[in-house]
Design a protein around this ligand. Structure first.
Ligand SMILES: C[S@@+](CC[C@H](N)C(=O)[O-])C[C@H]1O[C@@H](n2cnc3c(N)ncnc32)[C@H](O)[C@@H]1O
Length: 201
């Protein structure tokens, strides 16, 4: 993976690596070929726990192979289920959740993330986050349904109150119209209150 600012996945990883540390807990909501799962597994190391979801067995097999190749399978629980089930399958808080929406590269394009379930699981992800934790979404609009999914996610995110959440959106400006974009949601809560107090003593 190229690591410059022109790579949406790299941008998402930059914001996630600030909040996921050794021994931590995080979720890959869309395991796919396993690249985000491996990234998270390396951050938490053997002491941590990563939960990786995908509706396709094929994706989880690829993810397991990648993790094993890099000696990072021990700290990962692979879950063959929709990410909309994450709240019923994970107990306790998590440091971060990554969503890499769309379809499995090289796979069946009809098995794609959908606006309704993506929003339901985004709500769950935000509830699971610890204070200071972050959700990263990489969103693609070049495929059928992609723009609708982006709109649904953005509509939900615009409703998050600013006292408790910080949200940023990154567009790579000098790229094709359908270049992927990144959204980061940070659960701020008391962090925002103490920052406001420091700015207005
Ligand atoms: C763009 S790919 C993910 C890429 C992946 N993160 C990687 O690093 O290779 C999107 C994945 O989401 C999966 N997916 C679609 N709907 C899902 C759902 N409701 N819950 C979990 N995974 C889903 C697809 O099967 C596909 O593998």
């Amino acid at each position: 993976m190229t690591k410059g600012l022109g790579n949406a996945v790299h941008l998402a990883h930059m914001f996630i690596s600030e909040v996921v540390k050794r021994g931590g807990t995080a979720v890959d909501a869309t395991a796919g070929n396993g690249n985000d799962t491996l990234f998270l597994a390396r951050l938490v190391e053997a002491e941590g726990r990563i939960y990786a979801f995908d509706i396709q067995k094929k994706a989880l097999i690829k993810t397991r192979e990648l993790l094993e190749r890099y000696g990072a399978a021990k700290q990962v629980t692979l879950i063959n289920s929709g990410h909309e089930e994450m709240e019923s399958l994970i107990s306790g808080n998590v440091d971060a959740v990554i969503f890499n929406l769309g379809y499995l590269p090289g796979g069946d394009h009809s098995l794609v993330t959908k606006p309704d379930t993506s929003v339901v699981s985004l709500e769950s992800a935000i509830r699971l986050l610890r204070l200071g934790g972050r959700v990263a979404l990489v969103i693609y609009t070049g495929h059928p349904g992609g723009s609708e999914e982006r709109d649904a996610v953005e509509q939900f995110i615009y409703g998050l109150d600013r006292a408790n959440y910080n949200v940023i959106k990154i567009n790579i400006l000098n790229r094709a119209k359908h270049a992927p974009m990144v959204i980061i949601v940070e659960k701020a809560g008391a962090l925002n209150e103490s920052q406001a107090a420091a700015q207005n003593p």
